[in-house]
Design a protein. Structure first.
Length: 320
């Protein structure tokens, strides 16, 4: 188990559907003075392709440390979004949105309803109509996995064998939808082992291992948000140790401590991509169900965390 430092994922200057990041901060270059006109045009084409729902072309462009952009060839079947290479370069690729949307439709899922998503976005644009809610969610300390119990498997090294899950809810007024969510750990001493995943109504907000997201498409998946169950990845091998944050837009933030490193959570999800998830919650319940999942493979101290008190600020708005 390799220790990693805190990951800080921040998006500047464009909208995306998820970010995978390594150590340090991620800032997408958007400065024409730094980027060549040719490659800026290629970036714009890639973003336009993403927004239009184009399939992944397999040819990506990365923004390197001196601001220039260069083409690189990557596997067309691999994940897409904005990723950070081992050398720290930011890779831009078009996310194949139609694949997710088609699977959701074929398997009885929903994209949240485009009309409802637009209605929520328009309502959230009226700042005067918003109402703020503040709660503290407490997830008590856990100290071990229950291997072989409660749906967990027996210990196997480097596998997702067991999970300890905790749930906390926040009630919102009936007829209201969520516009944005800000979450900060009250103390900066959160530590967990082996991996952590955090969900809202079972949709992933962030994950700390790529393998946690490798399960098959769920009927509830949307073009932006992945619905998660432990059963989908139970018994599979670990993936790359990296933080993946879903639904980030310009100005959003996702700071998560690395594996077995002490740190804080600092998250902000604003209206935009969040409206799609908000529409799912709006149709089902007036309770927001936040779940903290800690996963382990075979050690006595796996599935443990030091306890998390999370201050949550939520902006909601009545939906006409």
């Amino acid at each position: 188990m390799l220790a990693k430092k805190a990951r800080i994922c921040m998006l500047v200057g464009t909208t995306l559907y998820f970010v995978s990041c390594g150590q340090g901060s991620v800032n997408f270059s958007n400065d024409p003075a730094q980027d060549s006109a040719q490659n800026r045009e290629k970036e714009a084409d890639a973003i336009a392709a993403q927004d239009a729902g184009a399939e992944n072309t397999g040819v990506d462009y990365f923004s390197n440390s001196n601001g220039g952009n260069s083409p690189i060839d990557l596997d067309p079947e691999s994940e897409s979004g904005i990723v950070v290479s081992p050398t720290g370069n930011v890779v831009l690729r078009a996310k194949p949105k139609p694949v997710v949307a088609r699977v959701a439709a074929e398997e009885g899922g929903t994209d949240g309803g485009a009309e409802l998503v637009t209605t929520i976005q328009d309502a959230c644009a009226n700042l005067a109509a918003r109402q703020s809610l503040e709660e503290v969610l407490s997830f008590p300390q856990t100290d071990s996995c229950q291997f072989g119990q409660n749906g967990n498997l027996e210990p196997i090294n480097n596998g997702f064998q067991a999970v300890a899950s905790q749930s906390q809810q926040i009630a919102i007024p009936e007829g209201h939808a969520v516009c944005d969510i800000q979450m900060n750990s009250i103390t900066a001493n959160l530590r967990y082992d082996d991996f952590m995943l955090f969900t809202l109504d079972d949709y992933v907000l962030f994950s700390t291992n790529a393998g946690l997201l490798a399960g098959p498409a769920s009927p509830g998946d949307t073009p932006t948000w992945k619905k998660w169950t432990f059963d989908a990845i139970k018994g599979t091998a670990w993936g790359a140790e990296e933080v993946t944050c879903f639904g980030l837009a310009e100005g959003d933030k996702c700071t998560v401590p690395g594996h077995d490193e002490q740190g804080e959570l600092d998250l902000f999800f604003a209206s935009g991509p969040l409206s799609e998830l908000s529409s799912q919650v709006y149709k089902r319940s007036t309770n927001l169900d936040f779940k903290l999942h800690i996963l382990g493979d075979n050690d006595a101290g796996d599935c443990e965390h030091t306890g998390l008190d999370l201050r949550v600020n939520i902006s909601v708005v009545p939906v006409p």
